[in-house]
Design a protein around this ligand. Structure first.
Ligand code: NDP
Length: 448
């Protein structure tokens, strides 16, 4: 646990106030453990109450979303937008539509987002939002009516200079289109208020690919610098089959790896010959189907119920790209026992604290989510720039900027880790590097 008195005191306050928010506490604890050497070196942070302010969102918006389904029945969901920290830019972070969305989940995501956005080097504050709406099995018309109802309230709280949401789980191009349309209709304003937009109406090339590609650029750079190694010839296990997983698979294959798994919340497929990505794209992106269908279509592939089983597959590199806490202590031990030496996180907080301890004991190269998956929000930041300029960059230009941002995240994390006495520790380095910029801005702007 903590040794620094300031960190200990603030964490105790968070536990007391938010004891019923387990995911949020988990995220704060992980960050605070890394920040002990940082606050010890910077007494001005304690004098300015930086940690106390960092863990308290600037604003929490929680609202009713009422809509009518195809059968004419009234449905009521909960909507959230947590505007966590605007010290270095407008609030920025995705919207998640999933039945597991609670205030605790949105707060953990928003808190992580503060440091992630800081790491990208772009001027973006931290925020996150979403709803417990489950789009699975809903028609396009129902998804549209839900998005319109959601935006009817959200539009009061966001704006291109205030808060710029994006997608996350179950919020992709279709949902962003409906949300953007409703914002435009109510506000009579055509602005870059959302990112992840369609290319026809202000979206950026390479945004769809950005999180998955960025994850691989980050992993490749960390492997190069820390292990003098690469993706070439490696066997890779990837969980999920959504936006992040699909484009992580694409880039890992391009960099010479063999990706052997894909999963969804029902189960996973193992393809010893290497995942055929066109089949996964057809099932998930075109038909919104289940990953089970892959084994029906590809000879030699196996389907197993229980998505957690994906971590029993032998691999050199694991890239979790589904959801929070998907790798627990047992799965981490299995990965290590099977020879996995690299875990870089595409999903947000996919490893439990016990799993992270297993990686650390086994000297696994561990790339934490807020650094490894920052490519998505980085290109969202580039989409905001292009919207402001009223122009668009080519795919190659944007992709090159993404690659250079991911490489600088590795370099900045390693430099911070060294400065605070933990050379080579990408987790401590990411937390410290992301935090210092935000903390300095908070001190400079006074007590707010
Ligand atoms: P998608 O909705 O496109 O895909 C999510 C994938 O994860 C699906 O295969 C889904 O399966 C699976 N999944 C979701 N919940 C669970 C669960 N409880 N157990 C097992 N599998 C589950 O989302 P994204 O790919 O966009 O997001 C994946 C992760 O990456 C999230 O943690 C998100 O926060 C993070 N992320 C996303 C970014 C982005 O740009 N999109 C940016 C940075 C991070 P099923 O179809 O069965 O639900």
């Amino acid at each position: 646990m903590f040794t620094n008195e300031y960190v200990k005191r603030v964490y105790a306050q968070v536990e007391q106030r938010d004891g019923n928010q387990p995911e949020f506490l988990q995220a704060v604890k992980e960050v605070f453990e890394s920040l002990e050497p940082v606050v010890a070196k910077h007494p001005e942070y304690e004098a300015n109450g930086v940690l106390e302010r960092l863990v308290e969102p600037e604003r929490v918006v929680k609202f009713r979303v009422a809509w009518v389904d195809d059968s004419g029945a009234v449905q009521v969901n909960r909507g959230y937008r947590i505007q966590f920290n605007s010290a270095i830019g407008p609030y920025k972070g995705g919207l998640r539509f999933h039945p597991t969305v609670t205030e605790s989940v949105v707060k953990f995501l928003g808190f992580e987002q503060i440091l992630k956005n800081s790491l990208t080097t772009l001027p973006m504050g931290g925020g996150k939002g979403g709803s417990d709406f489950n789009p699975k099995g809903r028609s396009d018309a129902e998804v549209m009516r839900f998005c319109q109802a959601f935006m009817t309230e959200l539009q009061r709280h966001i704006g291109q200079f205030t808060d710029v949401p994006a997608g996350d789980i179950n919020v992709g191009g279709r949902e962003i289109g409906y949300l953007f349309g409703q914002y435009k209709r109510i506000r009579d304003e055509y602005s870059g208020v959302l990112t992840g937009k369609g290319l026809e109406f202000g979206g950026s090339l390479a945004r769809t690919e950005a999180t998955g590609y960025g994850l691989c650029y980050y992993t490749a750079e960390a492997l190069r610098v820390l292990r003098n190694d690469s993706f070439k010839g490696k066997t890779v296990a990837i969980s999920g089959s959504g936006n992040v997983a699909v484009f992580a698979t694409e880039k890992a294959q391009e960099l010479g790896a063999k990706v052997v798994t894909a999963s969804d919340s029902n189960g996973y497929v193992y393809d010893p010959n290497g995942i055929q990505l066109d089949v996964v794209k057809d099932i998930k992106l075109n038909n919104r189907g289940r990953i089970k269908e892959y084994a029906d279509r590809v000879p030699g592939a196996e389907y197993h119920e229980d998505c957690k089983g994906v971590w029993t597959v032998k691999c050199d590199i694991a890239l979790p790209c589904a959801t929070q806490n998907e790798i627990d202590e047992e799965s981490a031990k299995t990965l290590v026992a099977n020879g996995c030496t690299v875990v870089c996180e595409g999903a947000n907080m996919p490893s439990t604290p016990e799993a992270i301890a297993v990686y650390q004991d086994a000297n696994v190269l561990y790339g934490p989510a807020k650094a490894a998956n920052a490519g998505g929000v980085a290109v969202s930041g580039l989409e905001m720039s292009q919207n402001s300029y009223r122009l668009s960059w080519t795919f190659e230009e944007t992709d090159a900027k993404l690659k250079s941002i991911m490489e600088s995240i590795v370099a900045n994390s390693l430099a911070a880790a060294k400065e605070y006495g933990h050379e080579g520790d990408l987790m401590l380095g990411a937390n410290a590097a992301g935090f210092v910029k935000v903390a300095n801005a908070m001190v400079a702007q006074g007590i707010l």
